[in-house]
Design a protein around this ligand. Sequence first.
Ligand SMILES: [Zn+2]
Ligand SMILES: [Zn+2]
Length: 492
Amino acid sequence: MLPCTIKSATNHISNCPNRQWIEESLQKAHVPGAAIVVLNATDVVYELAVGYQSLSPQQPMNVNKSIFPLASIAKTFIATAVMQLVEEELVDLDTDVNVAYPAGLLRMSAGTLSIYLRMFLNNGLPVLRPQSIAAMRTIVGGGVIPSYDPQWSNKSMELPPSQGFGLSWYWETMKDGRRYIGHSVNMNFIPPNTKLIAEALGDISQLPRDMQMAVTNKLHESFQPVPIPNHGDWLRYHEEKGQTLKAFEQTTSKAVPHSTFNTIYIQPVGSFNHPRAAPLNVIIQFARIFFAGCEVELLPTIDFSKDMKYRENHGIKQYRTDDFYNYLSQTRYFRDTSRELLCVAVTMTDIYPDESWNFVYGEARVKDGLGVYSFARLDPLFSESSQILLSVPLTKEERIVMLRHCIKILLHELGHLFGLNHCIYFICLMNGANNQIEMDRQTLYLCPVCLRKLYSTLYFDVRHMYENFVYLCEIYGLEEERLWYRKRLNCI
Ligand SMILES: [Zn+2]
Ligand SMILES: [Zn+2]
């Protein structure tokens, strides 16, 4: 397929070359057929099919039915759309999207534009296949796919209709209002084999014996492979190549404790003083043993200030993430700057990054060492009225489920700030998650590859860390996790 832009003084069809000239030209170039479509800003002004699409079996070219691979032409469309967003200052081309939005959970609520920027603009993934072109020729309607509504995210808690297709886009012809849809195909994730996992682990010969055992011994008994992603799963929509130890070591945007800079400050924002609030004192104990060698310090809770922007989304009050960052940046000098490695805000209130998002669980600015995470949606009764949320205590079961999720979110997100990308090697704390099932599946431990990466920054004593986990899991009723760590200790 060859797109080209032609400037024409007039709109008359008579300007187009005639059929005979086109046929002769194709013959000269030994091209068996062509479908030519000329468009102006609003409509198709000329279309012509000549020759054959296939010589064996012989299929004449047909403007409406012939399908061509778009190949890299998709980039042209996407790049144009992206540059329009750049003009509107909605995205920034010069920010590494993995740095700006490093997280699966961070942006799992709505579209995933940032990830796609990288996919489309940098590595030219061939997202469009012949099936997509067929879909692009499909008129949308009959209630199957609703008309594109740029305001959907503000009006509806439902996922946008595009979700099923990965990335998709709509257009509507101005003349007759017919609507079309174009979409990418889903990612084709192939779980990494043993060889790739070994490559990701890198050379382990210099590791202490405990670590060598932790990342090699009886892996199949303790670590599950990543399943082929289902519809709606993270890996169906996100191309994750996997981050090897080498890639991790080369990452410059990551927290590395050094000299006195080893404190992770946790700044609670808004009330944690109600019966369903996340137990911060417990959660940070897990962070302390996970990021061994770092101090984890809980700062005094602050209230939302009047300046912090919020909105009501279906009756749910949501604060905008920008203002958390502003607060954390502005108050840096009130904290001990000689000790600060990271500072993250946590809140029981729902949050959103900008108008195009329904909500997020969290967001991070790796370069600034800042993050903001909300535990609001981890409450099993989140959708209930705020009256219930503020008064009815958690049942024992709910308390454990919520604690588990809160710890996962904090460790996963802090893991991103420490430079860990999403994991594809095993079921792991660092897997991307697009839905509840995937969130539940994330583990409260790191797979061998991620453990090895974090070790290369923190140099912890893995046996000691695992023993601490057994101890804490026992105290707080995380039985599944206690058993896992106990079992693993027997392998190292
Ligand atoms: Zn993530
Ligand atoms: Zn992992």
